[in-house]
Design a protein around this ligand. Structure first.
Ligand SMILES: N[C@@H](CCC(=O)N[C@@H](CS)C(=O)NCC(=O)O)C(=O)O
Length: 118
C-alpha cells in the first residue's frame, strides 16, 4: 500500500472542478512516479469533521506514515524531497526549487486563482 495519501473533497461545485489544489500533489507524485493513495472528505461536513486534520477545514491534506501535513506548498516540498527529479540535491537546484514553489504560491497564485477562490 502507498505510504503517501492525498486527501481531497468528494465533490466540488462546477466552477472549481478540475482546479482543486490536490491536483498539485497528484501532479508531483505522478511526475516522480511516486505511488499514492487518495482519500476523500465529505464536502458537506468539511468545516467540522475535517478540522482535526486541517485547521481551516480545507484540502489538500497529506499523510505519509505518521506525518500529517496541510497547506499544498508544505505538502509539495515534502513530496519533492523524495525524488531528485522534483528537488535536485545540489544546493543551487535545491534553492531554485524553493524559489519557484514560493513564487508559485506567493506571486502566481494570486493572479491565477478563480475570483472568489476555492
Ligand atoms: N493555502 C491553502 C488553500 C487551500 C484551499 O483553498 N483549498 C480549497 C480547495 S482548492 C478548499 O478546501 N476549499 C473548501 C473550503 O474552503 O471550504 C493550500 O494551498 O493548501
Amino acid at each position: 500500500m502507498a505510504e503517501l495519501t492525498i486527501w481531497t473533497l468528494d465533490w466540488v461545485p462546477q466552477g472549481p472542478r478540475g482546479f482543486v489544489r490536490d491536483l498539485r500533489l497528484r501532479w508531483a507524485c505522478e511526475e516522480a512516479g511516486l505511488p499514492y493513495a487518495v482519500q476523500k472528505i465529505p464536502f458537506d461536513d468539511r468545516e467540522t469533521n475535517h478540522l482535526v486534520r486541517q485547521p481551516f477545514g480545507q484540502v489538500p491534506f497529506l499523510s505519509d506514515g505518521e506525518l500529517q501535513l496541510f497547506e499544498s506548498g508544505a505538502c509539495l516540498l515534502h513530496i519533492a524531497q523524495k525524488d531528485e527529479k522534483l528537488m535536485p540535491r545540489d544546493p543551487i537546484g535545491h534553492a531554485q526549487t524553493l524559489q519557484w514553489v514560493i513564487a508559485a504560491l506567493n506571486s502566481i497564485e494570486m493572479v491565477s486563482v478563480i475570483p472568489g477562490g476555492f
